[in-house]
Design a protein around this ligand. Sequence first.
Ligand SMILES: Cc1cc2nc3c(=O)[nH]c(=O)nc-3n(C[C@H](O)[C@H](O)[C@H](O)COP(=O)(O)OP(=O)(O)OC[C@H]3O[C@@H](n4cnc5c(N)ncnc54)[C@H](O)[C@@H]3O)c2cc1C
Length: 474
Amino acid sequence: MTPPGPGAIASLRGCFAGRLLTSPEEMAPFLTDWRRRWHGRAQAVAMPDTARDVAAILGWCHANRVPVVPQGGNTGLAGGSVPDGTGRAVVVSLGRLNRIRGIDAANNSLVAEAGCLLHDVQLAAERAGRLFPLSLAAEASCTIGGNLATNAGGVHVLRYGTARALCLGLEVATPSGEIWDGLRALRKNTAGLDLRDLFIGAEGTLGIITAAVLQLYPRPQAREVGYVAVPSPAAALDLLGLAQDRAGAGLTAFELMSEACLAAVLAQAAGARRPFAAAHPWYVLIEVSAWGDPPHAHVLPALLERAVERGFALDAVLAASEAQAARLWALREGISDAQAADGAGLKHDVALPLSAVPEFIAAADAAVARLCPGLRPGVFGHLGDGNVHYNVLQAAGPRGPAETARFLAQEAAVAQCVHDLVLARGGTVSAEHGLGVLRAAEALRLLPEVEVRMMRAVRRALDPNGIMNPGKGV
Ligand SMILES: Cc1cc2nc3c(=O)[nH]c(=O)nc-3n(C[C@H](O)[C@H](O)[C@H](O)COP(=O)(O)OP(=O)(O)OC[C@H]3O[C@@H](n4cnc5c(N)ncnc54)[C@H](O)[C@@H]3O)c2cc1C
């Protein structure tokens, strides 16, 4: 396919309101991902103002067989939001579709356009006395459309579920330029196939999400936050069992991180302080929320005392104020930034049955050490969801372009090694970041053939010209 010439791009400019960027300088921020790992080219970046504009752009791309790359906040970690190097694509950036269309507090629902920042949706819910519980470290930059397109997880999944569980309805611009209005604020609907669920997690391969009805919750009145030193991932899992017994549905976060992760945050984040006098091998950040008037909090002190008695915990600090709670959370939320600042990384976003996580981490440590001696695992994750970010970092020493290239050349071998261990334990190679370009080959290698065939059939049916985010996913 040859790209339409400048005259054709002028015709795209005429078919929608909003901005169309075509100069290299203006387009540059949209052509590189957050980690600066993937750099692409495009013939234009379209910034539509309305769902109707998005549909018009897609209709034009469909007619001209021009590839489309949907983009929200461009914080994705799998390279799904940037175009390839051919220069044929139009990037559709949703940032100007950023209105909260309405809130129905009695129905616990809110309608947001796809380009709304996650943080702005959280604030809108808060103003209505409600909670939108999706929360992740990139929330000031990522968008609701991107969250839904990747079925984002974050730190509260064990209580509230992933983005999919927080979405009641969708509005979507289809690849041929129509608008599907599925903005239903319903908890129950069995009228045919669930199209909403098709678009969630599809990484922009089936259409562009333009708005969503989101599920809200009552706001907790109080929370307890503790940072706990544990001897091993197995002990962390025992602590999780105890916490679930004691706190029930009040347990809203349970995050695991290794000493290497804490050390990276302490080295990179201004003002971060080690919570304990000594270093320990692993840590858990635990959050218990409370509702009611007065809220029934104060679960953590007795829980952690019991955990120390039983050998599940070595030491613990409890936040005495919201400011302290935020400082403890910053030690967890700073890990991605700290690892990015520390150099290149080989990232794995895997999920396993919870019971398999400790043994998987030990097996992966041993296998990676055998395969590439000297590399450093920097492991953290949402243990409450069985989601491990099994990241492998560059060895200590020089970090010039040659060393980095040599390090990245091991990516495929390390990924195969880690993913084979995950599959053998009944896990998945993409828990919450999506396949993008990073995991497309691994998904093809590991997913059952019939599953890939069904996915491709759905893609062909909705997008017969194959314009939607080509090269991403399977
Ligand atoms: C510091 C940091 C921490 C993170 N922590 C987490 C975490 O805890 N949990 C987690 O799940 N993720 C996490 N992420 C990853 C990332 O923030 C999420 O994947 C987020 O959901 C992406 O949203 P976005 O708006 O930036 O999407 P983008 O990066 O712009 O796009 C992501 C994918 O969605 C597609 N897309 C975007 N918008 C639309 C749309 N409107 N319609 C259709 N397709 C679309 C793109 O084509 C691409 O394939 C983290 C990222 C960073 C940088």
